[in-house]
Write a protein that binds this ligand. Structure first.
Ligand SMILES: Nc1ncnc2c1ncn2[C@@H]1O[C@H](COP(=O)(O)OP(=O)(O)O)[C@@H](O)[C@H]1O
Ligand SMILES: Cc1ncc(C[n+]2csc(CCOP(=O)(O)OP(=O)(O)O)c2C)c(N)n1
Ligand SMILES: [Mg+2]
Ligand SMILES: [Mg+2]
Ligand SMILES: [Mg+2]
Length: 287
């Protein structure tokens, strides 16, 4: 079983509204509050050679990315640290704090425990005005499909391309881009943390639309053999660009470095140059 199947089981208990987006959305009257929590641990998320500071940075970044993907401004982050060696805690905390400060957020508490495997759980809170909130479900036929940044860099780093190691271990969440996209009228948005292909599928399903994407225009890591670069860009995880849709009339959006890669139409499924695109990406599995 993979984590998508488990989310479906959880959805049956707590509802679609609570499980459809990168964050939970809470109506606070004047604004919406958004919240996300993410767990990272050594076996599946921290490649060999990562420093404690980088682990802390990455834990904060994945959660800031979820807040960003709603068009929201991050307010506060909490970090729970399950740690094998006590002397790691300070550097982990510095990494998370540096990441928060870089994106206008504050690390405001957390929890800790002794654990055999270094495990970090970051929980973030953000705020967004109702007209700027963007969910995964709003894509409209005729909209442009676009992505920020260059998907595939983190996977290239994981596979040994040293020039992309930094992109893998110090990921940059699209906090400022997400807010600009929310203001500009993006109709649906999510981050591509699990890979572009699987994210296109998640967005298409949440919005109840069909997405058609053109392979040749998808940005991909330079300096990598062509076949690998295309595969990394479509199926590699760990990049924190934003996948979004918006009316053609507002694209491109000032201040946001994004590439138009396709179109939304009525229907269902994701098609790459007219062929069904595999729903493959970074997933967690159970026997
Ligand atoms: N254990 C859980 N209990 C409740 N909701 C969950 C759980 N795990 C994941 N979700 C929800 O399922 C959705 C997808 O989760 P996930 O794939 O982790 O998103 P992301 O890639 O943005 O971190 C989110 O809305 C998340 O809040
Ligand atoms: C072994 C390994 N593979 C891939 C990555 C890149 N990576 C970093 S975070 C992440 C995905 C998790 O991000 P997030 O969306 O916060 O988690 P989810 O809840 O979707 O599992 C990936 C694939 C990594 N750090 N380590
Ligand atoms: Mg996400
Ligand atoms: Mg998650
Ligand atoms: Mg996440």
């Amino acid at each position: 079983m993979d984590d998508r199947a488990l989310v479906r089981a959880i959805r049956a208990i707590i509802g679609t509204d609570a499980t459809d987006d990168d964050c939970a959305v809470i109506d606070d009257g004047e604004n919406y509050l958004v919240m996300s929590t993410d767990m990272l641990h050594e076996t599946t998320d921290f490649p060999n050679g990562m420093t404690s500071w980088q682990m802390g940075w990455m834990a904060a970044a994945v959660t800031l990315s979820d807040v960003a993907s709603m068009g929201a401004h991050p307010i506060a982050l909490l970090l729970a640290v399950g740690v094998d060696r006590a002397e790691r805690v300070e550097e982990i905390t510095r990494g998370a704090d540096d990441c928060c400060r870089a994106y206008g957020c504050r690390l405001m508490g957390g929890d800790m425990d002794a654990h055999t495997e270094c495990t970090l759980v970051s929980t973030g809170l953000g705020r967004v005005s109702p007209e700027c909130l963007v969910r995964r479900r709003g894509a409209q036929p005729g909209d442009v499909v676009a992505v920020t940044g260059i998907p595939g860099q983190a996977q290239a780093g994981l596979d040994g391309y040293k020039e992309y190691w930094e992109a893998l271990v110090v990921p940059r969440p699209g906090v400022f881009e997400g807010q600009a996209l929310g203001r500009a009228g993006a109709t649906a948005m999510m981050d591509v943390s699990d890979g572009l292909s699987i994210s296109l599928h998640d967005l298409a399903e949440a919005s109840g639309v069909r997405l058609d994407v053109t392979e040749s225009v998808i940005p991909r890591p330079e300096g990598v053999p062509a076949e690998d670069a295309a595969r990394y860009a479509l199926f590699g995880g760990g990049d924190f660009g934003l996948l979004f849709t918006c009316p053609e009339s507002v694209f491109p959006i000032a201040g946001v470095d994004a590439t138009g890669i396709g179109r939304v139409s009525a229907g269902s499924g994701v098609y790459l140059d007219g062929m069904a695109l595999e729903k493959v990406g970074y997933s967690h599995y159970w026997e």
